[in-house]
Design a protein around this ligand. Structure first.
Ligand code: MG
Length: 298
């Protein structure tokens, strides 16, 4: 099972990183995303991924090496990758925390005191997906490990809730690969609403569930599109968007980018959930080909 769990986590990481890279590449003039989504003339490996993938790679490596998430190890993994490659679009607070960790400061006071009460940005949600696939057999463990992974940089309850919600959605999608999209999306909403702690993220997820017949632009107007870079402003829309297009990675990503906001992070979260359900084969071959190769070194 160890191998399977890692294989699932790797497929989810592929979905996350392709979403991240394509979302970043098409972020500019996002309204025209459908005309600009053809990458067939791009050379192999030339579309860069961003901090979402960088940090998800750190999570994946820590899982591979320790079969768990320990905050101290993860903090060092984040900091080590940041030191080697800082220009990946990290937010200002993330840069500050990671710089200080890499200078030997303990992560906890840095994270706890960020913004005077911990960050509730979307940065914990954007990277968490491999945890959902890895601990697919045990949702309680998914919640616990997602929380640990979040706390290293996002101490605020809403930042943590965003990570829990995404990890649970990914776990359900991984677990129910052989079930219909209809059943899977129902189960995603059920489990996410039960397991995400109370607060704004959870409240808005409740609203998102009721928007089944809305268009993407309308849903984004109601739920947010990540333009505030917060977990409540990002995660509910991403869950909605993924559940709407579980069977079609390409359409899920395009309709997510089309509403603007935090395009790379939104597409990373949506891409991870869809790939958790449909596997790596769901990712368009030309998108996978042009994304720069994943660098797994810690
Ligand atoms: Mg990013």
């Amino acid at each position: 099972m160890q191998r399977n769990k890692l294989t699932f986590a790797r497929e989810t990481l592929q979905g996350l990183s392709v979403g991240d890279a394509i979302g970043e590449a098409l972020n500019y003039r996002y309204e025209e995303v459908r005309e600009r989504a053809d990458f067939s003339l791009f050379r192999d490996g030339t579309v860069r991924y961003t901090d979402d993938t960088e940090m998800a790679l750190a999570i994946f490596k820590v899982l591979e090496l320790t079969q768990s998430i320990d905050e101290d190890s993860l903090a060092l993994a984040f900091a080590s990758r940041f030191r080697r490659d800082p220009d990946r679009g990290y937010g200002r607070m993330a840069r500050r925390i990671l710089r200080e960790i890499s200078q030997g400061e303990p992560w906890e006071p840095l994270s706890r005191n960020a913004f005077g009460g911990g960050s509730f940005g979307n940065g914990a949600a954007m990277r968490v997906a491999p945890i959902g696939s890895y601990f697919v057999e045990d949702l309680e463990r998914v919640v616990e490990m997602a929380e640990r992974s979040a706390r290293v940089t996002h101490y605020h309850a809403e930042g943590i809730a965003g990570a829990i919600a995404v990890a649970v959605a990914v776990a359900v999608a991984t677990e129910l690969r052989d079930q219909t999209p209809r059943l899977v999306s129902t189960k995603i909403w059920d489990e996410v609403l039960v397991r995400t702690p109370s607060g704004e993220v959870r409240d808005r997820i409740g609203v998102a569930r009721g928007l089944e017949t809305a268009g993407a632009a309308d849903a984004a107007r109601r739920l947010g599109n990540g333009s505030q870079i917060s977990a409540p402003d990002t995660v509910p829309f991403c869950l909605w968007s993924a559940c709407r297009c579980l069977e079609d990675y390409r359409e899920a990503i395009l309709s997510t980018i089309e509403v603007g906001g935090d395009c790379d992070t939104n597409a990373a979260i949506v891409g991870a959930i869809v790939a958790a359900y449909r596997g790596e084969e769901a990712i368009p071959a030309d998108w996978l080909r042009v994304r720069e190769p994943l660098d797994f070194r810690l």
